[in-house]
Design a protein around this ligand. Structure first.
Ligand SMILES: *[C@@H]1O[C@H](CO)[C@@H](O)[C@H](O)[C@H]1NC(C)=O
Length: 142
């Protein structure tokens, strides 16, 4: 399924991460790395601990609260999309993309919020929103 060269590269990646974990002067809580090739997960491994008090290890099924890291994925994908399209930009108002049924609690944010503003936290959403996301509480899409 994977070529010897790829196997070697995955082994090198594993060694690299293990070395990084030992370089930190502060304890690294933990991480997982997955490599997906042609739609198949060819490498998935956890490193470190998911709880420094209990010492429970991270494995390749450990779930993390993604929190603000999701903004880097979102902004990278948006950069690709915005580079391909001329009808939207970082400063396009969200309702121009999502339609008039998309609303914030108040009219000002609904009319003024842009992609740039959202990614830069300029929308000033109330605390319960982002705390719920950071803490991984069960919230549904709506
Ligand atoms: C996930 O971890 C298990 C246990 O270490 C291992 O057998 C399995 O190959 C890993 N999955 C992948 C896709 O690497």
């Amino acid at each position: 399924m994977t070529s010897p060269d790829l196997q070697q590269r995955l082994q090198d990646l594993d060694t690299f991460i293990q070395n990084l974990m030992t370089c930190e002067s502060r304890p690294v809580v933990g991480l997982t790395v997955s490599v997906v090739k042609d739609g198949q997960t060819i490498f998935a491994k956890g490193y470190g601990q998911r709880d420094l008090q209990t010492g429970q290890a991270v494995d390749n099924r450990t779930l993390f609260g993604v929190g603000s890291i999701s903004k880097s994925f979102t902004s990278a994908l948006l950069a690709v999309i915005l580079g391909e399209r001329e009808d939207v930009s970082w400063d396009t108002v969200l309702t121009d993309i999502l339609g008039p049924s998309f609303r914030f609690r108040d009219r000002f944010r609904t009319e003024e919020a842009t992609i740039r503003g959202l990614l830069a936290h300029k929308i000033a959403l109330e605390n319960p929103w982002y705390v719920a996301v950071i803490m991984g509480q069960d919230i549904d899409r709506s």
